[in-house]
Write a new protein. Structure first.
Length: 305
């Protein structure tokens, strides 16, 4: 991609060349994995505008979303399949209790934006079955705790998933993944979860200080696919499974489901001061209250893993 300059990304906020402008800004890092470079952070507010403009134009062209599957009030992205199978460091899942804590009480629908994992994983292998269990467990717990309707959105077109994430009016959660990073930057209220090493988007906290619509969840940290994946025998043992060819009936153990669906992060309404004893409410970088809670970084981080 071409390198951007301040002049090359100037001009009107909403232009017919929004895709080109967004690409130019994203290429500011001058390397293949631009999300690892913090040099383009000052351009992110403009990128937010250009991505929303571009996705709006795409949605109008495609008559998206369809009447029978409108945008959900709140969107949660889950990249499973390929990254779960390979156990890539930095990718993972925010504990579901923390996701629930971020859903506004007035939300009526929640969309889990995911992929057709069967096309990424060989049928019968453990990873596709584990993804199914993760999604089903998430949906069940969210519906139970929030009394909302949960829809699983596995759109085959990538821009459809981006649009659902960018235009969910009440919030968007991105567990660590490069796919959901950009639409979360474009979201009206985006939440980016940190992994333990914070190596996917090291500029995230800086960006959150510049752009109020982008929030970094600093506690709890995401549960890494490196520890929960089923691609290696060690990973399967940690999941409670047996071997690499496990079927859906035994491919993922209860210990992993419990980690992901822990209710330890279901907070009360935000009350008191940060740092109150025993307070383990969801913490955002920079202070203030998350929609349903905010607190100090607890010292025993093992409960978040």
């Amino acid at each position: 991609p071409r390198v951007a300059t301040a002049e090359s990304v100037g001009g009107p906020a909403y232009s017919s060349s929004s895709f080109e402008a967004a690409k130019a800004i994203a290429c500011q890092g001058r390397q293949s994995f631009v999300h690892l470079n913090s040099g383009w952070a000052p351009f992110v507010p403009r990128l937010h505008t250009e991505l929303r403009s571009a996705l709006s134009a795409w949605a109008a062209l495609k008559s998206f979303p369809p009447t029978e599957a409108p945008y959900d009030d709140f969107a949660i992205h889950l990249r499973c399949g390929d990254v779960l199978a390979r156990g890539i460091k930095g990718y993972g899942v925010l504990p579901v209790g923390a996701m629930i804590a971020l859903i506004p009480p007035e939300a009526r629908t929640v969309g889990i934006i995911t992929q057709d994992w069967e096309s990424k994983c060989q049928p019968g292998k453990s990873c596709s079955c584990q993804c199914k269990r993760i999604v089903n467990s998430m949906a069940e717990l969210i519906e139970k705790e929030r009394k909302v309707t949960v829809k699983v959105r596995a759109d085959f077109e990538e821009l459809a998933s981006w649009a659902r994430l960018a235009f969910a009016p009440m919030g968007t959660v991105c567990s660590p993944s490069t796919f959901c990073l950009y639409p979360t930057l474009a979201a009206a209220r985006g939440f980016w979860a940190l992994d333990k090493s914070n190596n996917l988007f090291p500029a995230g906290e800086k960006v959150s200080e510049m752009m109020p619509s982008f929030n970094v969840i600093s506690m709890p940290i995401a549960i890494s696919y490196n520890s929960l994946h089923g691609g290696h025998r060690r990973g399967l043992r940690e999941l409670g499974g047996g071997n690499i060819d496990n079927s859906c009936s035994n491919g993922m153990g209860e210990s992993a489901v419990k980690k992901l669906t822990s209710t330890a992060w279901l907070p009360p309404l935000c009350k008191g001061e940060a740092g109150d004893a025993g307070d383990n409410r969801v913490r955002l970088h920079g202070g203030g209250c998350a929609p349903m809670g905010h607190a100090r970084r607890i010292t025993n981080e093992s409960s978040a893993r």
